[in-house]
Design a protein around this ligand. Structure first.
Ligand SMILES: [Zn+2]
Length: 256
């Protein structure tokens, strides 16, 4: 088989799209031994627009899952550049109006999706991308603006360039007693210990809040603690007691 063959163009696009999501995915164009022994789209053939292989086998392994396989079938069936698809004892083909029918070949196709392209120049030249996995939404961390505007807390989202989502970590033990809390110094309260305040300020900052790590529990810290409590559906008292303290470390980081 010393001919110069190539994979049909539309299948090349599909293969590249699969590898974009699953870089380790195994996609065969020339079939395995069982395919080669009989007439198959996996064998190079001159269809008048080039010597091409017009089928791919997308193997369920190396990161390409059964869910991906099912979604790939869904995304490809009905396309005008595809002739038929076989997966999991089922065949969908253009000739049968893409209706799912039982596939009774000796290979049940449970470990791969077979995709055969139409043998036309138009199909060969089709550049149509395929999505088989939901695109992950990388939510940017919303940093509350620290400067209040005319008394009201400003919460204009300012997306940071590199979305960082720190994983929740186990909270260090709450430094005060179970019925105590850190709060704004109002004269009648004891000045809260700077080191504890600094600890949760630093953690809030890590989570994307624009807060100064200065160990002072002032207006700004109260405002941000209240925002945080609102976001986490905690009692919005602006105090950092054991519950809020724990949430500052352990609650999932969200942008809203
Ligand atoms: Zn195949």
């Amino acid at each position: 088989m010393a001919v110069n063959w190539r994979v049909q163009g539309n299948l090349k696009v599909i293969t590249a799209d699969i590898k974009k999501v699953c870089p380790q995915a195994t996609v065969y164009s020339v079939g395995d031994a069982s395919h080669q022994s009989r007439a198959s789209d996996h064998n190079p053939w001159n269809w008048g627009y080039g010597i091409v292989v017009s089928a791919i086998d997308v193997m369920i392994r190396n990161g390409f899952t059964k869910t991906d396989a099912a979604n790939l079938v869904k995304a490809l069936k009905g396309r005008s550049d595809i002739q038929y698809i076989i997966y999991n004892r089922t065949i969908w083909s253009a000739s049968w109006g893409w209706k799912a029918r039982a596939y009774r070949g000796s290979d049940p196709h449970t470990d791969h999706v077979h995709v055969s392209a139409k043998h036309t120049r138009a199909a060969d030249q089709t550049v149509k991308h395929v999505t088989f996995r939901p695109v992950p939404v990388n939510k940017p961390v919303v940093k509350p603006v620290s400067k209040p505007t005319d008394g009201k807390p400003a919460t204009k989202p300012a997306p940071v360039s590199k979305p960082v989502t720190p994983k929740p970590v186990k909270a260090p033990p709450f430094p005060l007693g179970p019925n105590s809390s850190y709060g704004e110094y109002k004269g009648n309260r004891n000045t809260p210990s700077k080191s504890g305040v600094r600890m949760f300020q630093a953690q809030l900052r890590k989570r994307g809040w624009d807060i100064d790590v200065d160990g002072k529990f002032g207006e700004e810290t109260t405002r941000i603690v209240k925002e945080f409590q609102k976001q986490k559906h905690l009692k919005r008292d602006g105090l950092v007691g054991p519950v809020t303290w724990r949430a500052i470390w352990e609650a999932p980081v969200t942008s809203k």
